[in-house]
Design a protein around this ligand. Structure first.
Ligand SMILES: Cc1ncc(COP(=O)(O)O)c(C=O)c1O
Length: 387
């Protein structure tokens, strides 16, 4: 009988998808799925509709259209001050997910250890497992979720070849500080590790400090591949446009891996995406203000229900400590929230290899204002805390 590959053992559709199905069955508000449901920039859609006939509809080069890579390089320069050469250091990919798969495939061998920081974005683990790499978790504890030198050094083993960091972070909302990135740089240098930095939320941060790109810190640029996504910055996740950028001697192999997987990222959408990447500072200013408002609305709703939402520094999720529900796990907390308030969230367990230190749930606020208002109303009416 034909069997499923061993590498798929233990891999299954995510808890997030399962919660979405339950929300549909129960008529619950779905704060589980990280689907951006805010509208894309109107100018991008109007421009796209006007120009769709006139842009190329064949494949692009495997590394992407020159106009797209140039726009990525310009944006990276504007937002983080980092210089990348569009011809040799940027590869257009099918979302940041495509960038992650191509990077892991191109730069690591089966069995290699990859450090991931708990709580982490679930696709890191599934990608690591699919490629028969070895996940090596480092536990970050709330509410601060800071990287410490001791815990990072203790996690390095003889097989460790890489680490994946994420800033701003999904699900914790943390932005790595310069001090934490220096720790990452020191450990990576001492053990000659590849650093993959997932910065898909670079444009969604709160407060005056601009995004701090990992590759700008210390000598990290020499060993770091940065992943970006137009899906997050321009609310077009379905366009499946992302990119990887890094040192020339690594990006040639990433380009070959990306080509072998999918030939190229959607070429007509790259042409339109390049225009989005050229949007001015006004766009980002309004975009962040919108997310700041949404973040405050939803956090106030969870706080009013007696729970303890974090104050995310970036990205579009709340990571809510539900200890006051008197439950031991995020799974129980998410179940009670769903049953008692008809609000769907993701159990914190989805972001850990081992048991989380607290009963967390993640709630997404990349949703229309009226959906968030509905969720806040439902949270206010449910029975959630004891005493
Ligand atoms: C941290 C993080 N990285 C990567 C992705 C995937 O990005 P893309 O849709 O561009 O593949 C997501 C999507 O939710 C994410 O949260």
């Amino acid at each position: 009988m034909v069997k499923v590959a061993d590498r798929m053992r233990g891999l299954q559709a995510s808890a997030i998808g399962a919660m979405t199905v339950r929300c549909q069955e129960l008529g619950a508000v779905n704060l589980a799925q990280g689907l951006s449901q805010v509208p894309p920039p109107a100018s991008l859609l109007a421009d796209g509709a006007r120009n769709f006939e006139h842009i190329g509809h064949s494949y692009s080069q495997p590394e992407g259209l020159a106009v797209f890579r140039e726009a990525v390089a310009d944006k990276v320069k504007r937002s983080s001050g980092l210089s990348v050469e569009p011809a040799t250091q940027v590869v257009a990919t099918v979302g940041a997910t495509g960038a992650l798969m191509a990077t892991l495939t191109a730069l690591l061998d089966p069995g290699d250890g990859v450090i991931v920081f708990e709580p982490f974005y679930g696709y890191y683990l599934s990608s690591i497992r699919m490629l028969t790499l070895t996940p090596e978790p480092v536990r970050l504890t709330g509410p601060g979720f800071e990287i410490t030198e001791e815990s990072l050094r203790a996690a390095v083993t003889g097989r460790t070849r890489a680490m994946i960091i994420c800033t701003p972070n999904n699900p914790s909302g943390r932005r790595l500080t310069a001090a934490e990135l220096k720790i990452v740089a020191a450990v990576a240098e001492d053990h000659d590790l590849l650093v993959i930095t997932d910065e898909v939320y670079e444009d969604i941060y709160f407060g005056p400090e601009p995004h701090l790109a990992a590759a700008t810190v210390g000598s990290l640029a020499e060993r770091t591949v940065t992943l970006g996504s137009l899906g997050k910055s321009f609310s077009i996740p379905g366009w499946r446009l992302g990119y990887a950028c890094g040192p020339e001697q690594l990006m040639g192999a990433v380009r070959v891996a990306a080509d072998s997987f999918v030939v190229c990222a959607p070429a007509p959408l790259q042409a339109l995406g390049a225009r989005a990447l050229n949007l001015g500072e006004d766009y980002y200013h309004d975009f962040r203000a919108m997310y700041d408002r949404k973040r405050r609305t939803l956090a106030a709703g969870f706080a009013a229900a007696g729970l303890s939402p974090n104050e995310p520094e970036g990205a579009y999720y709340l990571f809510v400590d539900c200890s006051r529900m008197g439950v031991a796990t995020g799974v129980e907390a998410a179940e009670i929230l769903l049953e008692n308030t008809l609000v769907g969230t993701v159990p914190g367990e989805a972001f850990y290899l081992d048991k989380p230190d607290r009963p967390y749930v993640r709630a997404c606020f990349s949703l229309p204002d009226e959906v968030l208002a509905d969720a806040v109303g439902r949270l206010a009416n449910g029975e959630l805390t004891h005493g």
